[in-house]
Design a protein around this ligand. Structure first.
Ligand code: AMP
Ligand code: MG
Length: 370
């Protein structure tokens, strides 16, 4: 039945358990032009056969994805990705080494695309983004279908990515898609893959993710002629998906900075008034904390949740989208997230890249008035 607002068929989704027989069935469906939603170790993906123009276009429409934001192609590894790339000898050598080191895993590598790559997959950019996911069901489907699968994250464009079956069901249950239920699998890292570009023996990070700058520096330091460069500010190197606001919960999210004012006569005179205004501002908000830093103020808020009460960054990454999804269902004015971005850790950029894009603004509250 055609939907009045769009061309997309709005039918019931179908859910498949993770049996080998079902993976074969889904490989056939991919080849027949249907879409599948599958778990990965990062976030869930919504995929189609890269050579099926109609199915690829359907991914853009179903997600309401901007037409200039290319899709990541999922392959088994170096050998089945190679035909999609057009690399000189040196870069091909680095590409293989990167694949040997990081694949299967949460690293997406953007390289020059070969002519066989359909232009609606890479938005005619001349480059292709390739990743080898480390999850058995999608790997079986690539194997059985013998085709690379283009897949962005399984969420509506700009909204929070999905890390479990419930999240994808909320977004897609009324669409004609095939969803894999892998024993209610929860993505193990909780955030997206890191996207890097490889060109002329240089690597640049286009999107921060689970593989860190530190991991990539360690990789480069093992060899003489490859280096990690910072090209994020050069317009041609920006990954188009990175310029928009992204990963947003359905209420405004603000980054909460706690500041401390020196004693001030005028402020002290007005203390009661300022405390009341502050209390009113906080009482309809939910606070997302880290490392129990704001625990003592928790009663000031309508609700309180900690991404990791003992300050474990990996745990915080795992919990971030899950907490955003839970808060989508809670009635409150706004969400505040404590600014723990100054706490040095190799994962700081990975998680704060997401929080900064998801948030509207920063707010500053003097602790004197809490
Ligand atoms: P998602 O759609 O959430 O899976 O994110 C995919 C990311 O990879 C987006 O930020 C895209 O812009 C980026 N990406 C995919 N293909 C390319 C490409 N050919 N060149 C640069 N960035 C890409
Ligand atoms: Mg996404």
């Amino acid at each position: 039945m055609a939907n009045i607002d769009s061309e997309i068929d709005k039918l019931e989704c179908k859910i498949y358990s993770n049996t080998d027989e079902n993976m074969k069935k889904l490989a056939d469906k991919i080849l027949e032009g249907e879409l599948i939603i599958f778990p990965t170790e990062t976030v869930y993906g919504i995929g189609a056969n890269i050579f099926d123009e109609k199915a690829i276009n359907e991914i853009f429409s179903i997600k309401n994805r901007p037409k200039n934001n290319p899709l990541i192609v999922h392959c088994l590894g170096y050998y089945d990705s190679k035909p999609l790339t057009d690399l000189n000898k040196k870069d091909d050598y680095w590409f293989k080494l990167l694949a040997d080191n990081f694949w299967p895993g949460p690293l997406t590598i953007v390289v020059k695309a070969s002519k066989i790559l359909p232009v609606n997959v890479n938005c005619n950019s001349g480059y292709v983004a390739i990743r080898s996911p480390n999850h058995k069901s999608i790997r079986s489907i690539i194997q059985y279908s013998q085709t690379p699968i283009a897949a962005p994250s399984a969420n509506m464009s700009g909204k929070v990515s999905s890390t479990c079956l419930d999240h994808v069901k909320k977004y897609f249950e009324s669409y004609k898609v095939n969803i894999i239920n892998d024993d209610d699998y929860i993505s193990i890292y909780g955030i997206e893959s890191t996207v890097i570009k490889l060109e002329d023996s240089e690597i640049s990070i286009l999107r921060h993710g689970f593989i860190t700058e530190f991991d990539l520096k360690l990789f480069c330091n093992k060899f003489d002629n490859i280096k990690l460069v910072d090209k994020l500010n050069l317009i041609n190197n920006i990954s188009p998906g990175q310029i928009n606001s992204h990963y947003c919960p359905n209420k405004p999210l603000y980054i909460l900075n706690l500041i401390s004012y020196p004693d001030d006569m005028i402020l002290n005179e007005k203390k009661e008034e300022i405390c009341n205004v502050t209390d009113n501002y906080l009482k309809n908000s939910i606070l997302i904390d880290f490392n129990s830093i704001c625990f003592e103020y928790k009663d000031k808020f309508l609700g309180y949740v900690d991404l990791s009460s003992n300050g474990d960054y990996k745990e915080a990454m795992f919990n971030l989208y899950n907490v955003f999804h839970q808060l989508n269902d809670i009635n409150c004015d706004k969400i505040l997230i404590y600014n723990f971005g100054n706490i040095e850790n190799i994962y700081t950029k990975s998680i704060w890249d997401k929080i900064n894009r998801a948030s509207k603004d920063s707010i500053f509250i003097p602790i004197n008035f809490l």
